[in-house]
Design a protein around this ligand. Structure first.
Ligand code: SF4
Length: 267
């Protein structure tokens, strides 16, 4: 790879202030992996790009192996877009497109923006999966080229949010409000963790926050699972939810009922 310009912000950063605000052309970045036929991260069949690096420290993270930017491998926009184009017919005939997930894609805003911009030029639908823990000003330039946002709101109660993620909820709520302001199609995702995020006040708070937004097309309740637990011990991290069980069907239904009672399309 020649003449590649990679993101220059620090690999280890804990504050959103460290993310550059002034966009510049970046034609390469760090990714964990790609998948050519995803079906759950947006509509239709999707080409998925998982970027590396994430500022959050979610207790249930199943992608803990892409916690740091340096965990990823370098990839150029050019090679990724060439790979994406091999699947254009599948994506278009199924109403799908490209989803960039992570990690946290907005840790590499210029890289992600370049990929999305080129996809849209090719008529390919673009979706961004983010926790919303980002610098809003740099996110805005990415969102210009995003057709759909999948926004993970890990909790609504600020203390629970910090307990789950190790971070502050405010950037996520600020992004959610901005997405509503610009009427950007958005799917909200909420992970239901028994004993952690399942408090009725927490769920009601999120429902009341989301209900007035006209841009939110659906809310997905994702049941807690332990599929990534083995990675924690492999990497020498302590997994604190080892005794937590997935929610029961009744718990899941009760949560959906709260959202649906506020006329939110929850699934
Ligand atoms: S936001 Fe996603 S990738 Fe980041 S720590 Fe949380 S679950 Fe893991």
């Amino acid at each position: 790879m020649h003449n590649l310009k990679f993101p220059t912000f620090p690999i280890e950063h804990d504050t959103i202030e460290n993310i550059p605000v002034v966009p510049e052309i970046i034609n390469a970045g760090y990714i964990h992996s790609v998948e050519s036929c995803g079906t759950v991260d947006g509509p239709g069949i999707r080409f998925l790009i998982f970027t590396s690096g994430c500022p959050l420290r979610c207790l249930y993270c199943s992608n803990v192996d892409c916690r740091y930017l340096e965990n990823g491998k370098p990839a150029s926009v050019e090679e990724l877009v060439a790979e994406i184009q091999k699947y254009t017919s599948y994506m278009k005939s199924s109403g799908g497109g490209v989803t960039i997930s992570g990690g946290e894609p907005l840790m590499q805003p210029e890289f992600v923006r370049e990929i999305f911009q080129q996809c849209q030029r090719l008529g390919i639908h673009t979706a961004l999966n983010t926790s919303g823990f980002c610098n809003l000003e740099s996110a805005k330039s990415v969102l210009e080229f995003v057709d759909l946002v999948l926004l993970d709101i890990k909790s609504f109660d600020p203390k629970t949010y910090t307990r789950v993620t190790g971070c502050d909820i405010e950037p996520t709520l600020a992004l959610a409000k901005y997405l509503n302001t610009i009427n950007k199609p958005t799917w909200i995702r909420f992970v239901l963790v028994p004993g952690l995020t399942d408090q009725p006040e927490n769920i009601n708070g999120l429902a009341d926050f989301i209900a007035p937004f006209n841009n939110v097309e659906r809310l997905e309740v994702l049941p807690f699972h332990k599929m990534g637990e083995y990675k924690w011990s492999e990497l020498g991290f302590k997994y604190l939810l080892e005794n937590t069980l997935p929610p029961s069907p009744e718990q899941l239904q009760a949560t959906l009922n709260i959202f649906r009672s506020k006329e939110i399309f929850a699934i």
